[in-house]
Design a protein around this ligand. Structure first.
Ligand SMILES: Cc1cc2nc3c(=O)[nH]c(=O)nc-3n(C[C@H](O)[C@H](O)[C@H](O)COP(=O)(O)OP(=O)(O)OC[C@H]3O[C@@H](n4cnc5c(N)ncnc54)[C@H](O)[C@@H]3O)c2cc1C
Length: 343
């Protein structure tokens, strides 16, 4: 029987950032990753401390932004790459009232580090009322992050490309098939609904569509945001997304949302483009907008790390450390994020 400290179920942001914390502290683990659809793998990877509708910020945004550099430099120490791309968000203003609101909020203590009061004009897109820069915002290179993390952990022999079968857990003896484990952490995103131990936790799927578009002309090096984001992935490849849909739970592409993305793009980009890929997946959201961390009320060796919502990178990085400290040092979880709030 293989002895491991941890079994992680799920190879999205939650699973991999937690795996990073475990490997940093020399804990042994395996990661099960099945073929279930993952929101992380199609995400834009934007790390943005500002809510771009109201120009406000959110709980722990500063702490989360501060921790980004730390965790990605730790990851760089073994993959050899830093995945942070320092191209900030440039929010195209819709009207003069928005500019006024931005300027007003840029004087508030919590927003001062983020809202740049000096507006800019982007060259490659329509922004007649200028654009506001979110200082310190950035994005991560999602494609290469997952490619390298999978490869690195695969070479270490800890990736198991298989669906985890919940019925094979023996909670009393802490075994799963050929594994003797100390703890299992479920990082399953919306698929927690198929987990008999945590299926009553209200993780709500929010379906998102995004496009990969080909554009031959150069675009200003920002995460350009009007209704959706537009930014460069690599030479001539651009990301355009994403949409939000709380109702549709099917995995099919919905032409209505593709049209929404195209219409949104055409409002500010007047050049030629062609769509090369259309993708869809789900965000695991929670009504109270807080992640879900903690332990099963009956089986103390089963844990959950979920509910990262629309901020998989910021929530995933910061709360993976919180989760590790809770699991290993018994540091109490804030009641706002503790899974206990649902029991
Ligand atoms: C279109 C779109 C754009 C987004 N843009 C951004 C963005 O710009 N910035 C940002 O921070 N966030 C963004 N997000 C949100 C982000 O993707 C989510 O917060 C993130 O996916 C949550 O990660 P997770 O690991 O909890 O879940 P997931 O990514 O869904 O991962 C769950 C993993 O668990 C695996 N799994 C589930 N059940 C099992 C099982 N039984 N056995 C084995 N494996 C299993 C799945 O295969 C999957 O790999 C976006 C999401 C979408 C859809």
């Amino acid at each position: 029987m293989d002895q491991v400290d941890y079994i992680i179920v799920g190879g999205g942001f939650a699973g991999f950032f937690l795996a990073h914390q475990l490997q940093k502290e020399n804990r042994s683990f395996v990661i099960f990753n099945g073929e279930q659809i993952s929101g992380s793998h199609i995400s834009a990877g934007v790390c943005n401390p500002v809510i771009l509708k109201r120009f406000s910020t959110f709980w722990k945004s500063k702490e989360q932004m501060d921790y980004l550099e730390t965790i990605f430099s730790e990851i760089e120490s073994y993959t050899g790459k830093n995945y942070i791309i320092n191209e900030p968000v440039a929010r195209i203003f819709h009207d003069e009232a928005e500019k006024k609101q931005w300027l007003k909020n840029s004087n508030k203590d919590d927003l001062k580090p983020f809202l740049d009061p000096d507006f800019i004009t982007l060259d490659s897109v329509e922004n007649p009322l200028e654009s506001g820069i979110v200082k310190n915002s950035c994005r991560i290179d999602v494609e290469n992050f997952f490619k390298d993390m999978f490869q690195y952990f695969d070479e270490k022999g800890v990736i198991i490309n298989d669906s985890f079968d919940h019925d094979s857990i023996d909670t009393e003896n802490s075994t799963y098939k050929d594994f003797q484990f100390k703890k299992i952490v479920f990082c399953e995103g919306i698929h927690t609904k198929d987990n008999p131990y945590f299926d009553q936790i209200p993780v709500l799927p929010n379906k998102g569509h995004c496009l990969e578009v080909k554009i031959d002309e150069p675009i200003d090096p920002y995460i350009i945001k009007k209704k959706h984001f537009l930014f460069s992935l690599s030479d001539k490849r651009f990301y355009c997304g994403g949409t939000y849909d709380r109702f549709d739970q099917t995995e099919e592409i919905d032409p209505e949302f593709v049209e929404e993305l195209e219409t949104g793009l055409q409002v500010f980009y007047k050049g030629n483009y062609s769509i090369s890929k259309i993708k869809t997946a789900f965000r695991a959201t929670v009504d109270d907008r807080r992640p879900i961390l903690g332990t099963h009320p009956e089986f103390t060796n089963l844990h959950i790390f979920n509910g990262l919502g629309a901020r998989g990178v910021l929530n995933g990085t910061y709360f993976s450390k919180v989760m590790f400290d809770y699991l290993e040092s018994q540091i109490d979880l804030d009641s706002e994020i503790d899974v206990k709030r649902f029991y």
